[in-house]
Design a protein around this ligand. Sequence first.
Ligand code: MG
Length: 158
Amino acid sequence: MRIGLGTDVHAFAPHRKLVLGGVLIPHSQGLLGHSDADVLTHALCDAFLGALALGDLGHFFPDTDPQFEGVDSLQLLRTVYDRVLEQGWQLSNADTVVLAERPKLSPHLPAMRESLAGCLQESPSRISIKATTTERLGFIGNEEGIAAQAIVLLHQTV
Ligand code: MG
């Protein structure tokens, strides 16, 4: 088995969409980034890459490369997971958490789970998405941005 950890943070900015786990979430502002700034999907990508010691997302998809400008992060996740499969590994389970003061994410968690499972073509039962606030503490509590953490466990398929 292999285990991997991913963390990501993006700042809020006006006139941006808020996309988490590939799901468009209605909110007064969105996250700033070169791609769609899907902080949850980025953390999950980094967890997969970490599990196989392949580096990080910025190495694979540099934010200086115009080809990734505004890119749907699910495309990045699919590319990363294809690499995992090619190397003879498969997802056992992923556990994730999104840290955000607002918006309230609990109504969106089922759709986010379906979205990530669909992207990976794995059962939603293998994917956990949780949300928490930071009790109004720090940059997350001040609604300056959102953070996400992900951990994955892989098993060998060959
Ligand atoms: Mg990111």
